[in-house]
Write a protein that binds this ligand. Structure first.
Ligand code: NDP
Length: 294
């Protein structure tokens, strides 16, 4: 069984991104990512500060804007407009979720598609579905890179995605069945209304678990040699302590899997690395600079 080391693959991508930053800087471009937070949720605050630290590590300028969570929605929309108009900002990420009085769809639509490094703008979603992605969303792109790093070519294989969210399930399914490298799998998307989920996962060569349910995929649900990608991040109480587990029962499933991603240290670090990748890609495209993307 191969443990797919997301930390190692992400470190390689970060070092490639750092080289792109140097190329851009030599051309007078300082790549910059703006993060916008309209929430006092500690988890969201942590995610944003991790993204800012990641930027610093590879030489990307991190700009952070806090919007009061009880401010009028217009304040967030105006902030996005200002960042869109700022030539010194190449990528914009609004940390989700936003408060209930803010229209999430409008937020996603407001970000300039050329700066939409999350890849959630409808134009970018459409391009992904059309097989001509500008920015692949970070988590699905990270999964594709993990499969490549583990020498698992999806072409011709049966891939089963558990979960159909807009940020993980749908885009990874599109990448897996899409044409080109890292695609060409015969792909099934399962969800909460799927009948007999295990009958699908058992015939899969590749299982992507993104249901958000702790240790949901058990050993009896996978076949010998299956590649298992665990996207889940679930905080649970174990022996009186809070700990992180994935959507896969790692202990038992790793006995059967051909390759598996751990939690933490699998998909999570890749999501963060691919955001940096999308930011330098955005900067390079906006300034017409050739960079050697990792
Ligand atoms: P969502 O809650 O948006 O989607 C969950 C999906 O799982 C839904 O499509 C739902 O189906 C499906 N589902 C729920 N119950 C079942 C079931 N019993 N059988 C089959 N499918 C089921 O979650 P996300 O996609 O946003 O995230 C999934 C997990 O991945 C979470 O743990 C999240 O924290 C984690 N995550 C990790 C990231 C990383 O970088 N590692 C990044 C993003 C997310 P239905 O549509 O019918 O409701």
């Amino acid at each position: 069984m191969t443990d797919i080391d997301g930390n190692a693959v992400a470190a390689d991508i970060r070092s490639g991104v750092a080289e792109c930053v140097e190329t851009l800087q030599a051309e007078g471009v300082d790549p910059a990512l703006a993060t916008v937070l309209m929430s006092d949720d500690p988890a969201s605050e942590t995610y944003v500060s991790m993204k800012q630290n990641d930027c610093e590590e590879v030489g990307i300028d991190g700009i952070h804007v806090d919007v009061d969570d009880d401010a009028p929605a217009e304040e967030l929309y105006d902030t996005i407009d200002e960042l869109n108009a700022d030539d010194g900002v190449h990528g914009i990420l609004v940390q989700l979720p936003v408060p209930d009085h803010v229209d999430t769809e409008r937020v996603l639509r407001s970000i300039d598609p050329a700066k939409d490094v999350d890849g959630f703008h409808p134009e970018n979603v459409g391009r992904l579905v059309g097989g001509n992605a500008r920015f692949k969303p970070c988590t699905p792109h990270g999964i594709q890179r993990l499969l490549a790093a583990a020498d698992v070519d999806p072409e011709g294989k049966e891939a089963v995605v558990v979960g159909r969210s807009d940020i993980v399930g749908k885009p990874i399914a599109n990448l897996l069945f899409g044409r080109g490298p890292g695609g060409n799998a015969t792909t099934t998307v399962c969800h909460s209304r799927t009948d007999d989920l295990a009958s699908h996962t058992r015939r899969a060569d590749i299982v992507v678990a993104a249901a958000g349910i702790p240790e949901f995929i058990t050993a009896d649900m996978v076949s010998e040699g299956t590649t298992v990608i665990d996207v889940g991040i679930n905080r649970v109480e174990r022996d009186g302590e809070s700990t992180l587990v994935g959507d896969v029962d790692y202990e038992a499933v790793s006995e059967k899997a051909g390759a598996i991603t751990p939690v933490p240290g699998g998909v999570g670090p890749m999501t963060r690395a691919m955001l940096l990748y999308n930011t330098v890609k955005a900067a390079a495209e906006q300034h017409d600079v050739d960079v050697d993307l990792p």
